[in-house]
Design a protein around this ligand. Structure first.
Ligand code: ADP
Ligand code: MG
Length: 630
């Protein structure tokens, strides 16, 4: 709640709206307590007194009634009717929407067709018809305005509810034995309330206007009682001769509706988390690059060389250092494992290579990604585009999310080839079948015409790998490609990647959080923690004698079959938030060996036992590793 108010206050227009509206509402609330003249007492001797006359601050109307007093009582009435109509429309509309969306099927059909019928009439015409049927009067005007706005809420809320009613947490509630009513109130309603509030805040102003319109036509409040609309209506005949009688209620309507709309926009922006993080702004084609420091040199012999890469997320005033100076290299035909807890920056590192981090908020602030002698950071977009998928390809974690649900797998494979103009139109299908065969999809000739949802998770992931292979890339970056799969399929995919690497000389960067996978596939491994590499070296050596305490704890978390009753040691504590990294070693707060020196900046990646490197001043297995190296 405090967060919401803070966000709202940051939006100055909304804040102004809030202040003005609060002042008007407050005045309306205390109106009966103010020493005002009676609003409905006529005094024809004092007709059309101009504003600022003694005793009549805003003058008098055509019957000599005090305009200020009438304005205050009229505002009170208009606000009350407008808000009441909004609440009634929201409650009934939301109830209808939730019922229709939750039950679906025939219930949905019957209810929504009824709503559609209401929507088929122009707003104001329908309201007029309702008032004509019920008879003029403020209460009937309220009913009419509420009724014509119900469909708007019902449609909105139904749409949201349909999405929610099929979510797993609703299924879980049903499985736990809850009744429909409790699910709707306890599970669905809290999820649609923000939408209801947003819809209300943006329509209250409109409803006040509609009520005023009905009163203006003489169908709302009846004389002598004033609301803002009827005051305007009565002043109409004196519009030219005594304009102040129209200006006074007119300005009040303007102020109220403006304030409500400004506030409503502010509420919508503050409640919608997507608007907050700026996610609705379209990401740019390539990640923004803002390198201030010197660009490091590439190393000899590497195919893809990542040097001191820094990628940050700039969200408002916060800076999230997701990748804080990462060094990695792969040689042709080599497989490098990148391992770390969730949130350690593995994906962001991988995406930075090809400028695929969404900008805004992502910014690459330093380093170099060298591919065959060209620096990819800050390369022209056209150049990145020709390399994406053709020289450096990606395999992502969730194959269902990366395959387009409406196209056949074969067509997507062909598209991956034709995007780089690599395949002749006729031969493309044959090549796609061969690709599917090469990733061992059974019955590839038939499977090429399957849609993604017709395949199992393992098959989809293999189709994803086939797409990555479509253009014979030099490097494949695989971001947790087997995390969503069961172990047997995982084993197949790992051996498939291993074969491909040997037969095609592919370089692979394999991202995972599983040391078992690394041991099976990777020549070398880099361990990542809080956006930095903390240890790097040949897989076998790192596994046998881990040097960084974090690596050691990570390995201790891996269960081993047939290893007796070793206790699995979870690592206590959590990784540090990347917008507030501690100076010195980021792992120190969780490390049993930490000393005061560990918290003093900075700790560099130091050579360790010849071929390895570690970012720790108290490495484990120091002597053992040295011995093994000699
Ligand atoms: P993982 O190692 O699990 O792949 P990621 O690379 O996805 O981790 O994320 C690294 C860090 O970057 C995380 O702390 C995450 O919270 C942060 N991050 C990722 N995307 C964004 C974003 N759009 N805005 C702010 N922070 C982000
Ligand atoms: Mg990830």
């Amino acid at each position: 709640m405090r967060d919401f108010l803070r966000l709202l206050a940051r939006n100055q227009l909304a804040l102004a709206g809030l202040i003005v509206l609060s002042a008007v509402v407050l005045l309306a609330l205390v109106t009966p307590l103010l020493p005002l003249q009676a609003p409905n007492v006529t005094n024809t001797g004092d007709r059309f007194l101009p504003p600022f006359t003694e005793g009549h601050l805003l003058g008098t109307d055509h019957l000599g009634r005090d305009l200020f007093s009438r304005l205050m009582y009229g505002t009170r009435l208009s606000l009350a009717v407008g808000f009441a109509a909004a609440v009634i429309a929201a409650v009934l509309g939301a109830a209808i929407g939730i019922l229709a969306g939750y039950y679906g099927g025939r219930t949905d059909n019957v209810i929504m067709r009824g709503v559609d019928m209401l929507m088929a009439f122009p707003y104001i015409l329908l309201a007029l018809a309702i008032v004509a049927a019920l008879g003029p009067g403020l209460l009937n005007a309220l009913v009419a305005v509420a009724a014509v706005n119900i469909p708007f809420f019902a449609r909105n809320i139904r749409g949201i509810t349909v999405g929610i009613a099929h979510k797993e947490f609703v299924d879980a509630a049903r499985l736990s034995g809850m009744g429909d009513m409790r699910i709707m109130l306890g599970e669905v309603l809290p999820n649609v309330i923000p939408v209801i509030v947003i819809a209300m805040s943006t329509t209250v102003g409109w409803m006040i206007l509609e009520t005023a319109g009905l009163s203006f036509l003489g169908l709302g409040s009846q004389p002598p009682v004033a609301d803002l609309g009827s005051m305007l209506g009565e002043a109409r005949s004196a519009l030219i001769t005594n304009p102040h009688t129209s200006v006074v209620p007119g300005v009040m309507i303007l102020i109220i509706v403006m304030a409500i709309n400004l506030l409503g926009d502010g509420i919508r922006d503050a409640l919608d988390p997507r608007l907050r993080s700026g996610a609705l702004t379209r990401p740019m084609a390539a990640t923004t690059v803002r390198r201030d420091g010197p660009v490091p040199e590439a190393r000899e012999g590497a195919l893809l060389d990542i040097r001191e890469l820094q990628t940050q997320f700039h969200v408002k005033k916060r800076v999230y250092r997701a990748v804080g100076g990462v060094d990695l290299e792969v040689k042709p035909g080599e497989c490098l494992g990148l391992i770390g807890e969730s949130g350690s920056g593995k994906s962001v590192t991988a995406l930075s290579v090809m400028g695929l981090v969404a900008s805004p908020p992502g910014v690459i602030t330093g380093g170099r990604v060298d591919y065959k002698g060209t620096d990819l950071i800050g390369a022209r977009y056209e150049q990145l585009r020709t390399l994406r998928g053709r020289e450096i390809a990606y395999i992502f974690q969730d194959p269902l999310a990366t395959l387009h649900p409406l196209y056949k797998v074969g067509d997507q494979l062909i598209e991956a080839m034709t995007a780089h103009g690599r395949a002749p139109k006729e031969g493309a299908r044959q090549k796609a079948i061969e690709l599917l065969k090469s990733v061992r999809i059974p019955n590839a000739e038939k499977r090429i015409d399957s849609y993604p949802h017709e395949m199992s998770g393992g098959m989809r992931q293999r189709a994803g790998i086939a797409m990555a292979l479509a253009n014979d890339p030099e490097v494949i970056i695989a971001d947790e490609p087997t995390t969503a799969l069961d172990v047997t399929v995982q084993a197949q995919i790992l051996s498939l990647l291993d074969d491909l690497r040997r037969s095609r000389g592919l370089a692979i960067i394999f991202i995972t959080h599983d040391f078992g996978v690394v041991a099976q596939l990777c020549d070398r491994v880099a361990v990542m923690y809080a956006g930095r590499i903390v240890e790097e070296g040949p897989t076998a050596e790192v596994l046998a004698t881990p040097a960084h305490p974090y690596t050691k704890r990570l390995i201790a978390c891996v269960p081993e079959l047939g290893e007796g009753r070793r206790k699995l040691a979870a690592i206590p504590g959590l990784p540090p938030p990347v917008d507030d990294l501690p100076p010195g070693c980021a792992f120190a707060p969780r490390c049993a060996k930490a000393t005061p020196a560990c918290t003093e900046p900075p700790i560099e990646l130091m050579p360790f036992a010849g071929t390895r490197a570690v970012r720790c001043i108290h490495p484990e297995n120091d002597a053992a590793a040295r011995e093994a190296a000699e």
